[in-house]
Design a protein around this ligand. Sequence first.
Ligand code: SAJ
Length: 431
Amino acid sequence: MTDKNKITIFGLGHIGLPTASLFADKGFNVKGIARDDEKLRLISKGISPIDEPGLSELVKITVENGHFTVSYDEVEAVSSSNIMIIIVPTPMDEQNRADLTAVKEASKTISQGLKKGDLVVVESTVPQGTCDNIVIPILEESGLKAGEDFSVAYTPERAIPNNTIYEMTHNARVIGGYDERSADRASELYKHITVGDVIKVKNLITAETVKLIENTYRDANIALSNEIAMICEELGVDAIEAIKVANYHPRVNLHIPGPGVGGHCLAIDPYFIVETAKGKGMQAPLISTARIINEGMPQHVIKLISDTLAEVGQEIKGSTIGLLGVAYKGNVADARETPAKDLINILKEKGAHVYATDPYTPKEGIRALGAEPVDMGQVLNCDCVVLVTDHDEYRDIKPEMVKSPIFICTRPILNPEDFEKSGIIFRGIGR
Ligand code: SAJ
C-alpha cells in the first residue's frame, strides 16, 4: 500500500460506514464525511452509530489504529486524497423521482479539490445515466477532463442489511467505468475488500442498470406473490403451501407474500427505472403496477383486520390493535418505508388504539411511527394482534401466550392450525 492510497468517503450510512472501515482495515487511510455532527462525533471516538454485525469492532479498530478518521473540512479531505467514493443517500421526492441533491453536492465538493490522477467512484443507487449526465459534468467544473485527467467508476452497493459486512466482502462486485482505465482502477481497488468476483461491465450506465434491475426484480417478484396470495385467500387455497411447492420446480422462485415492501431499496429503486423510462416517453407499466400492488398491501391487511373483527361483532373504531414488529423486515431495527407506518396511520384514522412492540426498533422509533410502544404481553392482549415483521423472536409465539381472540399473521412464520385449535381466529396473507 503506497501513501497515494488515501480515500475520502462521502456518506457514512449503512453502506458508507462499513465501506470506510473495510478499506481502513486493509491499510488505506480513509477520511469519512457526513453531514451529521453527532454521527461524526461518535465515529471519531471509535463508536459505530449503526447496528450491524461486525461493524462496531471494525470501526473501533480502524479509528484506534488511525487509519479511519472523520473530516469536517470536505475540500481539504478531497485535496489530500486520491480516491473519492460517493455513498450518499438518494431518497425519493414527492413525485417519486430520485432526489440527487446529496450526490450533486458531493460531486461539487470533489470538483473543488480534484487533481490529475484521481479516481472518483459512485456507489449510491441512481437513475440510469446519472454518472454520465450529472456527476461527470459537475466534476469537470474543476477544469479537468474525465478519462484524460481523472477516472470515474460506478459500483453499486449490493449488501443486505444485517449481513452487510459478509456480503460486502463476499458478493460479486459489479464495476462500470467511464473508460477502460477507470474500470481497471476501480476493480483493483475493490479487490482489496472483497474475495467475491469483480465483474467489469461495458460502461457506467450498464452498472447503474444492473443495480436497479436487482431490486426491481425482487419487488416485481414479491408483487406477483402478493397478488397470487390475495386471489388464493378468496379461493380458500393456502397460497403459502402452493408457492412453496411451486418453488420446487427448478425454474420457479417466487418470493414470500407479506404486508408490503419496505426498506430504503426495493420500495424506491423501481421508481428510478420508471423515471428514466418516462424521460424516454415510455411508461414501464409492469414495474409501476408492481409498486401499486406492494404499496396497496397495508390496505389489504386493514381489510383482513376489519373483516375478522366483524366476525366477532367488532369494528376497527374503538378497538385495540397490537402490532408485533414495526421494522421493515425481520431481525433489523430499521423502520424506513416500513409497511407498519401505513398500517398505523390507517388504523388510527379509522379510530383504533394502536400499540406496538419490536425487539429491535427502539421505543422512540415506534412512537415516531404513531403507535404506543408496549411490551409483547400487552400486544398479545389487544382485541386484535397483527404480526407485521418476521423477527425470529416471533417464531416461538405459542397460542397459549395469545390472550386476543384474533391473530392476523402477515408473514408465514407461524402454523395457523396450532392457533385455530386453541380457538383463536387466525388469518394470514394468502391463507
Ligand atoms: N420481502 C417480502 N417478501 C420476500 C422478501 C422480502 O415481502 O420474499 C420484503 C421485506 O419484508 C422487506 C422488503 O421486501 O420489507 C425488502 O427486503 P429485502 O430483504 O428483499 O431487501 P433489502 O431492502 O433489505 O435489501 C435489498 C437487497 N437487494 C436484493 O436482494 C436484490 C440488497 O442486496 C441490496 O443491497 C439492498 O436492497 C440495497 O441497498 O439496494
